[in-house]
Structure formats: structure tokens, C-alpha cells
Design a protein around this ligand. Sequence first.
Ligand code: IMP
Ligand code: MG
Length: 182
Amino acid sequence: MHPAIDRVLISRETLQKRVQELGQEISHDYRDTCPVMIGILKGSVQFLADLMKSTTVDHSIDFLCPSSYAGGTKSTGIVRLLLDLRESIEGKDVLLVEDIVDTGLTMSYLLDNLRTRRPRSLEICTLLDKSVCRKSQVPIRYRGFEIPDEFVVGYGLDYKELYRNLPYIGVMKPLKTEKNKK
Ligand code: IMP
Ligand code: MG
């Protein structure tokens, strides 16, 4: 295990199995249409890549990159779009693919923003749901796992841009701050 990780919360095998199930569910629900899956950068990259492979209906992909965390572990609630979609979503069935919904502030902002572009439908697929931390309610259509209020990394999720490459979801060891450094 990586030295920065205290324990594995969700193993590689468990992730793969659940992503397969989500892909099957999405394939069934969208069988009569050709949805666009929008990956929320950067955290959704591993999830989106696996989800695409387990989704058998034709679909396109696009990306959005919001910013709110400024590299720390607490949400600021201030959202900016660092990268916008390439294609119009007007009249399309849109599925937002996110790594984690925590306070929900980022997702609320994205939903409000995307609704003004008049998609035919707009749904959320999140790998992780930290619902105990919710400040803004968002309707989640597909949820991989409900997790407790702990800062997690791996499988796309980062701490200060690191650990996105880990194939599992892990809880980080307590951070050494100036105060508790020995
Ligand atoms: P929210 O606006 O508080 O819902 O946060 C959404 C974004 O914050 C997610 O898309 C993640 O990029 C990031 N985030 C929230 N919790 C965690 C975590 O435990 N680990 C890593 N990133 C997180
Ligand atoms: Mg994210």
C-alpha cells in the first residue's frame, strides 16, 4: 500500500464490480437514446474510463472542469469553470459523471449552469456520495458507494494533485500540520 494511505476503503475489485453494475444500469436506462457522458475533471477520469467500457449503448463524451477546492481538503463553495464543453447539449440526454459529491455545492452550480443550455434530460452519476456533508441538495440518479465523512484519495481523487493513480479508494494518514508535527 502507498505510504500516504492509512487504509483501503474500497478495493480495486469492489470498484470494478460496482462500475460494471452502473454501466449495465445506464445501458438499460438509455437504451433508446444516445446520451452524452460529461466527465467532471479531473477526479472523474478513472471512473469515466471504466464506466464507458461497461456501458454498451452508443454515447459520446465531453468534459467540464470546475474549480473550488484550491488544492486543500475543504470546499470553499466558490465555483469557477476552468474548462467548458466542446459540444452543445441542447436537446440531448446528459449524464454528469463525477468522482464524489461532498457538500454538493459544485454539483448545484453545474446543474444550474447546464440547465440553461436546455438539455432533454440531465442526470448525475457519482462514484462516491458523502451525503453527511451535504450543504446543497442534489438529485443523484446513479451512486456507486455511500462513504463516511473522511477525506479519500485514489481512483481519480487527489490530495494536492497526487494519488489519482491509485487503483483503490483509500483514506489518507493524518496530515502533518505545523501544530502536530513532531
Ligand atoms: P463539493 O462541492 O463539496 O460537493 O465537492 C466536490 C469536489 O470536491 C469533488 O468533485 C472532488 O473533486 C472534491 N472532493 C470532495 N471530497 C473529496 C475527498 O474526500 N477527496 C478528494 N476530493 C474530494
Ligand atoms: Mg471532482
